[in-house]
Design a protein around this ligand. Structure first.
Ligand code: BG6
Length: 488
């Protein structure tokens, strides 16, 4: 669909996410004609801003994308700001008046998207207030987009979900996991299900192990307060890592519809082994915290972080999937702040052939296991490691890599995660948003680890900033006779 009419109401309009991601994404959708004359945006937050100032902020946030001043002015003219205390019912009356007025002015057909880009403690209140004050329309669509974190454990997630369910139905709720908007995460299903050579080998008979790395070089930046309460397990594993695992593990869906894909992902998440005992958790999960190096401060010296904090900034784990397809295949995961490189990739390591027919002694290269690498960022594409014979006489091996990496121009034209997800929501396509039952299963898995960790908070390994994590992360794989596959 192009040119869908809708009113966006962004709660948290003065915040960082809106500035960095939402306004530029809306502008890209505008430039591409997906939203046109029939859209309007109400930005709301506590701060007292004027419409003019709001327009300046929008202009600033999209400045790198502007190639025509007139277009920018036209775009920003669709933006309205209203300052708002989310707990005050009177403000929703104002919001409704403005919404109705804009609906008429831009012929928005009562289509509404409410985007909550703010602290989750207010999600429930906002939902209730929107409903009580008649902002949720019946004759157009009303959809709610919410940012993570969706709760901080299963109980709080349930509470939040229950609260939201008073005002929105499950199919009106779009829970963002921005990893699901990434090109290469969306490509996992394409490569799995449309290539016979992978589809037929995608199981425990042929796959030895799968490794997932989400490494960041940044520290906690200015989010010390949030991060210190959260830690890497909740910040990255509960959502992004488990979503990637669900896509790798799931059975082929009947179709690519939201309903079919999400049903398979829910089943996949249900099949993750929940570690029950203390021993199992400590044996399979490692937590770390970064220390300083010559260039950067350690975690404990970051602003708004408790100086004796035992929050983890790194997690490595071995996840087991208890179902017919995957029994016995370890999924190794690692993610952390202040690691050596900003790199996100998946390695699918296939089993060795049954016998070394080619020489393994006194040679430079021996047959290696095949590895399919899915590069998620900053490189985007695939690589495949294969073995061939070295050119010339004899039977020595040569290990080769086949790469399909997107070039800069393709990457520049590829829609950004938030842009894709906003458009999906406009089109009413929930496939790349997380269903409540996915959230529920993820927390079940995470809570158990958290519970054991909380009993022994000191079991936290330090790693120097700029490295790939503590040595215990390497030992986790060595115990199984495996190694983290270096990125290349
Ligand atoms: C967010 C986390 O969900 O993902 C951040 O809260 C993290 O801590 C970010 O930095 C990483 O996203 P990306 O797209 O840069 O890999």
């Amino acid at each position: 669909n192009t040119d869908i009419s809708a009113l966006f109401t962004i709660f948290g309009a003065t915040g960082d996410l809106a500035h960095r991601k939402l306004y530029p994404s809306l502008f890209r959708l505008y430039k591409k004609g997906f939203i046109n004359e029939n859209f309007a945006v109400i930005g709301t937050a506590r701060r007292e801003w004027t419409n003019d100032y709001f327009h300046e902020v929008i202009a600033e946030s999209v400045k790198d994308l502007v190639d025509n001043e007139d277009e920018l002015v036209k775009f920003t003219s669709h933006f309205y700001y209203i300052s708002h205390n989310v707990k005050d019912a009177a403000h929703y009356v104002e919001l409704k008046k403005l919404s109705d007025r804009l609906d008429e002015k831009y012929t928005l057909k009562n289509n509404r998207i409410f985007y909550l880009a703010m602290a989750p403690e207010f999600f429930g209140t906002i939902g209730d207030m929107l409903k009580q004050n008649g902002l949720i329309t019946k004759d157009g669509f009303s959809r709610l987009i919410i940012e993570k974190p969706f709760g901080s454990d299963l109980d709080t997630a349930k509470e939040l979900n229950e609260q939201l369910s008073h005002s929105f139905t499950e199919d009106q709720i779009y829970r963002i996991d921005h990893y699901l908007g990434k090109e290469m995460v969306q490509n996992i299903s394409a490569v799995r299900f449309s290539n016979m050579i992978f589809e037929s080998l995608w199981n425990n008979k042929y796959i030895d192990n799968i490794q997932i790395t989400l490494a960041e070089t940044v520290g906690v930046e200015d989010r010390g307060g949030y991060y210190d309460r959260t830690g890497a397990l909740r910040d990255m594993v509960q959502n992004h890592v488990l979503q990637i695992i669900a896509l790798l593990v799931m059975e082929p869906p009947m179709s690519l519809s939201g309903e079919d894909v999400r049903a398979e992902k829910i089943k996949a998440l249900r099949s993750l082994r929940v570690y029950k005992s203390k021993d199992e958790v400590w044996e399979n999960f490692v937590r770390g915290q970064y220390t300083s190096n010559d260039e950067v401060a350690g975690y404990l010296d970051e602003p708004n972080v408790n100086s004796d904090s035992d929050t983890e900034t790194f997690v490595a784990g071995k996840i087991s999937v208890d179902n017919f397809r995957w029994a016995g295949v370890p999924f190794y995961i690692r993610t952390g702040k202040r690691m050596a490189q900003k790199e996100t990739y998946i390695h699918v390591q296939f089993k060795h052939v049954s016998m070394d027919l080619f020489p393994t002694e006194d040679v430079d290269e021996i047959a290696e296991p095949n590895i399919l690498t899915i590069h998620i960022s900053p490189l985007e594409g695939f690589s495949l490691r294969l073995n061939t014979k070295k050119v010339g006489q004899g039977t020595e091996m040569k290990n080769i890599r086949m790469h399909q990496i997107m070039d800069e121009e393709t990457l520049m034209n590829s829609p950004e995660a938030y842009e894709r997800l906003l458009l999906d929501c406009l089109n009413g396509d929930p496939t790349n948003f997380t269903h409540w039952q996915e959230v529920e299963q993820s927390w079940r898995f995470i809570d158990q680890i958290r519970k054991i960790w909380d009993e022994e908070p000191d079991q936290l390994y330090q790693y120097e900033s700029g490295t790939m994590g503590p040595k215990e992360s390497y030992q986790l794989l060595e115990k199984d006779g495996n190694n983290w596959i270096e990125f290349n």
